[in-house]
Write a protein that binds this ligand. Structure first.
Ligand code: ATP
Ligand code: MG
Length: 252
C-alpha cells in the first residue's frame, strides 16, 4: 500500500540538451519516487552528466521540462537549488581550502541565514564532519587528500543543506575496492528518506545500491526498471550482462 502512495520526487518530461547539432540529452522522460535511488547507466558520452547538471541547475535544458518535488527546474531555480545537493565529476572542492573551510564555505552558501545563525551553521558543519568521518582530516588542505577522501568530502559538501534530493555523478570513480565499499556504506546512510540519482560505470555498484536502474544510450533512455524487471525484459542474468546486451545491441 504505502509503496504506491509515494510521490514523484523527480520527474523528467521529454528533457533535452543540445550543444550545437549534438543531442547530448535527447528527450528523456523518467520519474524517481520519494526515497528511491536510481542508478543512471550508460557508456562514455551517453548524456548522464548532462542530465545531472540540468537537474541541479548547473546548465539549462534546450527543451522539455523537469520537476523536483513539483518545482520546475527552469522556472523555480532558487527553490530547486535548495532541494538538490549535487556531487559532480568536476567537483566543487576548493583545493586551497582545508576540509573544514570547504564545508564552512558551503554552509555559507546553502544554509539560509534566517534559519542558521553563525552558531547553528558551525553545528551543522560539525555534524557533517562527524557523519562522514572527516574529523581526522579537517585541518588538511583538500589538495592533499587522496582521491577517496576527496570524493567523501565532495559528498559531504553536497549534504550540508540537508537536501531532499542528492545527485551523485560517479561518486566512486577511481577508488580502491575498500574505499569504494566504505563510500557505499556512507551512501546507504544518506539514503534514509532521500531521493538519489547516481551515475556509475560500476555495475556491481548499481546492483548493490539502487532500487531502480535506467540505461542511457546516445542521449536516450532505452530501458528502466528494477534489476528483476530488466532481467525479465532482456532474458539476461545480472546487470553487467543486461547492460552489455542492451548497449551492444544498440551499437550493432
Ligand atoms: N559543454 C559541452 N559542450 C559541447 N558538448 C558537450 C558539452 N558537455 C557535454 N557535451 C557532449 O555531450 C555528450 C554527453 O556528455 P556527458 O558528459 O553528459 O556524458 P556522460 O554520460 O556523463 O559520459 P561519461 O561516462 O564519460 O562521464 C558528449 O558527446 C559530450 O561530448
Ligand atoms: Mg559523465
Amino acid at each position: 500500500m504505502e509503496m504506491n502512495q509515494k510521490k514523484d520526487m523527480i520527474r523528467l518530461d521529454n528533457l533535452s540538451k543540445h550543444y550545437g547539432t549534438k543531442k547530448a540529452v535527447d528527450g528523456i522522460s523518467l520519474t524517481v519516487k520519494e526515497g528511491e535511488m536510481l542508478a543512471l547507466l550508460g557508456v562514455n558520452g551517453a548524456g548522464k552528466s548532462t542530465t545531472i547538471k540540468m537537474l541541479s541547475c548547473l546548465t539549462k535544458p534546450s527543451g522539455g521540462t523537469a520537476k523536483v518535488d513539483g518545482h520546475d527546474i527552469s522556472k523555480e531555480q532558487t527553490l530547486v537549488k535548495e532541494l538538490v545537493g549535487v556531487s559532480t565529476q568536476d567537483t566543487a572542492i576548493a583545493r586551497n581550502l582545508t576540509v573544514e573551510e570547504n564545508l564552512n564555505f558551503m554552509a555559507g552558501i546553502y544554509l539560509d541565514p534566517k534559519q542558521y545563525d553563525k552558531k547553528k551553521r558551525r553545528e551543522r558543519v560539525e555534524e557533517v564532519l562527524q557523519d562522514f568521518k572527516l574529523d581526522e582530516v579537517r585541518k588538511m588542505k583538500s589538495s592533499k587528500l587522496s582521491g577517496g577522501w576527496q570524493r567523501r568530502l565532495s559528498i559531504a559538501m553536497a549534504m550540508i543543506g540537508n537536501p531532499k534530493v542528492i545527485l551523485l555523478d560517479e561518486p566512486t570513480l577511481g577508488l580502491d575496492v575498500l574505499a569504494r565499499r566504505e563510500l557505499w556504506r556512507e551512501i546507504e546512510k544518506i539514503k534514509k528518506n532521500r531521493t538519489i540519482i547516481l551515475t556509475t560505470h560500476y555495475m556491481e555498484e548499481a546492483q548493490e545500491l539502487a532500487d531502480k536502474i535506467a540505461i542511457m544510450i546516445s542521449g536516450k533512455i532505452v530501458m528502466t526498471g528494477t534489476l528483476e524487471e530488466l532481467e525479465e525484459k532482456t532474458g539476461q542474468k545480472g546487470l553487467e550482462n543486461i547492460f552489455v546486451s542492451v548497449a551492444e545491441g544498440d551499437r550493432a
